[in-house]
Design a protein around this ligand. Structure first.
Ligand SMILES: Nc1ncnc2c1ncn2[C@@H]1O[C@H](COP(=O)(O)OP(=O)(O)OP(=O)(O)O)[C@@H](O)[C@H]1O
Ligand SMILES: [Mg+2]
Length: 409
C-alpha cells in the first residue's frame, strides 16, 4: 500500500490487491479521503468513492512515495482510524464501510504492511492518557465497573470497561451480579469484536483494547469505546420514531453476534427531526459458545417486520463468515464461539435472500415461552447430530449452508 498527502486536504492510497481479485469483486483500487480522517461514522464522506485512472493518478502516487518520514508517519496515524491492527494482522474496518468491508478485508489480508505499533488513533492515545491521569468517573447506571473517560474540561470522550471489574469479576465495584450471562473476563474483547465485526454498518462506536494502563488501583486492561453524544436511550421514547434502516442494521448485527443483552438501554438515540437515529452500545454478552439465550428488544418493533432495503441486502450478500471468523480468531475468540457467528450468519443470509423479514429470522433464533429448542438449535442438531465440536469452522460453514438451503424454502 502506498500513501500520500495531497496539498491541504486529500489523502489518496492504493490497495495492493491483485487486479483480478479487485475486478472480480468490483473493489476500487484507489481511495480519497478528506484530511483529517474523521472518526469513522455510519455515513462515510461522499468523497470516499472516487474512481480514478490515468496519468493524474500516477502523479499523485509519485507524490505519495516521495513523502518524507514525518509526513508518512502522520499519514499512518490518520489511517489508523480506518484500519485496526489486531495482533499482527491489518484489518479493514469502519471508515470504509460503504465499500464492502468484508470483501476488501479478504482481498487485502497479508498484503498490507503492518502499521508501526505506536500508530494508534488519536482517541486511543487520549483515552489512555486520561485514564492514567485518573480522569475517569464510575458510571452510576448498570452493573459493571464501567467508567466515563473525561478530557481536562470534564467532557466525556470515552467509556472504559476494565476486565477485572466486569459483573462477576473480583473487583466489580457494584456486586449486583454473581452469575453473569457469560463468564467474567471476556467482555472487553467481545466489545472490540462487536466493533470489528460490524464493519461500520450498524455504527458500533469505535472500540479498542487497552492493556496494562496504570490507574490508581494498579495496571488495568479493558475496552475503551468512543463516547457518542446522544439524547438518551431507546427505552426512554416510543419506538415509532426509530428509523427502519437503523433497526434493521442493529438487528443484523445482533443476529450475527447472537447478542444476549440487546435491551432498550443498550441502544442510544440521537434526535433527527422528528425521528431518532439509533446507536448500538454494550456488547459484553455476545458470541456465546451455545445457541440459547438471544435477547432482542427490537424484535416486536414494527420496523422489524418491514422488508429489508436493497442496500441492506447488498451488505448481507457481501458478508463473508469465514473472513469474519478469521477476524475473531485474530482477537483470540475461541473456536466454539466463532461457530455461533458462522451458523447465525448462514441462517441470516439465506433467509434474507428468500425474502424473510428480520422478525421472522429473529423468531427462528429465540426460544418461545415453552423453552423448547429454537428453530436454529434444531437445524444445528440436524446438521451436526454428533455436535459441531469436532469440526473446524470451514466445515461447519459448508455443512450448515447446504442444510439450511435444503430445509428453509
Ligand atoms: N459509546 C457510548 N457513548 C455514550 N454513552 C455510552 C456509551 N457506552 C455506554 N454509554 C453510557 O454508559 C451506560 C453504561 O454503559 P454499558 O451499558 O455499556 O455498561 P454496563 O456497565 O455493561 O451496563 P449494563 O449494566 O447495562 O450491563 C449506558 O447506559 C450509556 O448511558
Ligand atoms: Mg448496558
Amino acid at each position: 500500500m502506498e500513501v500520500s498527502q495531497q496539498p491541504q486536504t486529500v489523502l489518496v492510497f492504493r490497495l495492493d490487491v491483485e487486479d483480478l481479485v479487485a475486478d472480480l469483486h468490483n473493489i476500487p483500487k484507489f481511495f480519497f479521503f478528506q484530511e483529517p480522517i474523521r472518526t469513522p461514522t455510519a455515513t462515510p464522506p461522499a468523497e470516499i468513492h472516487v474512481p480514478l485512472d490515468s496519468a493524474a493518478l500516477w502523479d499523485r502516487l509519485q507524490a505519495i512515495t516521495s513523502a518524507n518520514d514525518a509526513q508518512q508517519s502522520t499519514i499512518w496515524s490518520s489511517l489508523r482510524s480506518g484500519f485496526c491492527l489486531l495482533k499482527d494482522r491489518l484489518y479493514y474496518l469502519n471508515a470504509l464501510a460503504a465499500l464492502s468491508a468484508s470483501l476488501l478485508q479478504k482481498a487485502t489480508q497479508n498484503t498490507l504492511p503492518n502499521l508501526p505499533e505506536q500508530a494508534k488513533t488519536e482517541f486511543e492515545l487520549k483515552a489512555r492518557e486520561y485514564i492514567e491521569n485518573d480522569q475517569i468517573v464510575l458510571c452510576p447506571e448498570g452493573v459493571g465497573g464501567t467508567y466515563f473517560i473525561q478530557d481536562p474540561d470534564g467532557e466525556k470522550i470515552g467509556i472504559f470497561k476494565p476486565v477485572d471489574e466486569e459483573p462477576g469479576a473480583a473487583n466489580n465495584p457494584k456486586k449486583l451480579v454473581d452469575t453473569p450471562l457469560l463468564p467474567a473476563g471476556g467482555g472487553a474483547i467481545r466489545e472490540v469484536a462487536a466493533f470489528a465485526l460490524d464493519h461500520g454498518f450498524a455504527g458500533v462506536p469505535p472500540t479498542y483494547l487497552v492493556e496494562d494502563v496504570p490507574t490508581r488501583f494498579g495496571p488495568k486492561t479493558g475496552s475503551i469505546q468512543q463516547f457518542i453524544p446522544n439524547d438518551g436511550e431507546s427505552s426512554s421514547v416510543g419506538y415509532s420514531s426509530f428509523i427502519t434502516e437503523d433497526v434493521h442494521r442493529i438487528g443484523i448485527l445482533d443476529i450475527r453476534l447472537f447478542n444476549m443483552d440487546r435491551n432498550g438501554e443498550n441502544i442510544l438515540i440521537s434526535r433527527q427531526g422528528d425521528q431518532h437515529h439509533l446507536i448500538p452500545i454494550d456488547h459484553s454478552y455476545i458470541l456465546p459458545p451455545h445457541l440459547n439465550g438471544a435477547y432482542y428488544e427490537w424484535m416486536y418493533w414494527p420496523q422489524a417486520k418491514r422488508p429489508f432495503s436493497q442496500e441492506t441486502l447488498d451488505f448481507l450478500n457481501k458478508i463473508d463468515p469465514l473472513a469474519d471468523a478469521e477476524l475473531l480468531r485474530g482477537l483470540g475468540i475461541p473456536e466454539s464461539n466463532i461457530k455461533t457467528m458462522v451458523v447465525t450468519t448462514v441462517l441470516l443470509q439465506h433467509c434474507a435472500s428468500i425474502g424473510k423479514t428480520l422478525f421472522e429470522i429473529a423468531s427462528m433464533m429465540c426460544r418461545d415461552l415453552s423453552q423448547a429448542p429454537s428453530r436454529l438449535e434444531n437445524l444445528v442438531e440436524t446438521a451436526f447430530p454428533n455436535s459441531m465440536e469436532e469440526l473446524d469452522v470451514a466445515s461447519v460453514y459448508a455443512f450448515f449452508r447446504s442444510l439450511v438451503a435444503k430445509e428453509i424454502k
